[in-house]
Design a protein around this ligand. Structure first.
Ligand code: SIN
Ligand code: FE2
Length: 218
């Protein structure tokens, strides 16, 4: 059977799992025990492929700073949005995906009912206070059968989670250090975004929020 519908049953009764809608789950604190290694790997990735503010096709500078790891990385410029095998800043391949990243992405996907998630791209977002991500769909991936797995670290942020239509009312979900959101199946193309980050100082991460989104691009 094609994986259009996540398996329900076991995941319904696990603690700290909140079903947002068909195909979308909030796994509170799912990454908590791995945060130290995730943060160390992000530092390592950023040393090879620094965070940068991409330009939108319309010519705006994004307030979120981004980098990538994995076989493919998401980029935006005047020519549009796309995945590339090489970092346009250095001409080198994106840093490879650390084992702890693939492991957490796969186990979170499983907890949400999606078996064998093998991401080939991980977008790393860095928000400083005031930075935001406007409502959008993740639709640059050729494989829409795989879910998106999003891991939040550092300062809390309000995540907007809407529906297939842009105008649909959005839920507001507070995402905290270690929280994971998974959306796929019927929710794969749901609109989402992040409200401007509030000021704050996180004991381990400082004045920022870091977010990893794992994708299967093809
Ligand atoms: C994204 O939509 O790519 C990131 C979402 C987030 O930062 O929580
Ligand atoms: Fe997104």
């Amino acid at each position: 059977m094609p994986m259009t519908q996540p398996m329900l049953g076991l995941v319904d009764i696990l603690p700290d799992r909140e079903r947002l809608t068909d195909g979308a789950w909030l796994l509170r604190q799912f990454a908590f025990t791995n945060v130290a290694s995730l943060l160390a790997e992000i530092t390592c990735i950023a040393a090879q492929a620094p965070f940068r503010h991409l330009e939108t096709p319309g010519g705006f500078r994004m307030s979120v700073a981004m980098t990538n790891c994995g076989a493919l990385g998401w980029v935006s410029d005047r020519r549009g949005y796309r995945y590339t095998t090489h970092d346009p800043l250095s001409g080198r391949q994106w840093p490879s995906m650390p084992a702890v990243f693939s492991a957490i992405a796969d186990s979170a996907a499983r907890a949400a009912g999606f078996e064998r998630f093998k991401p080939d791209a991980c977008l790393v977002n860095r928000y400083i206070p005031g930075a935001r991500l406007t409502l959008h769909q993740d639709k640059d991936e050729a494989d829409l059968g795989a879910p998106i797995v999003s891991v939040s670290l550092g300062l809390p942020a309000v995540f907007l989670f809407g529906g297939n239509a842009r105008q649909e009312k959005q839920r507001r979900i507070l995402l905290q250090h270690g929280d994971v959101v998974v959306w796929g199946g019927p929710a794969r193309l749901y609109h989402h975004g992040v409200l401007p980050l509030k000021d704050g100082d996180h004991p381990e991460v400082g004045t920022q929020r870091l977010n990893l989104t794992f994708r299967r691009t093809h």
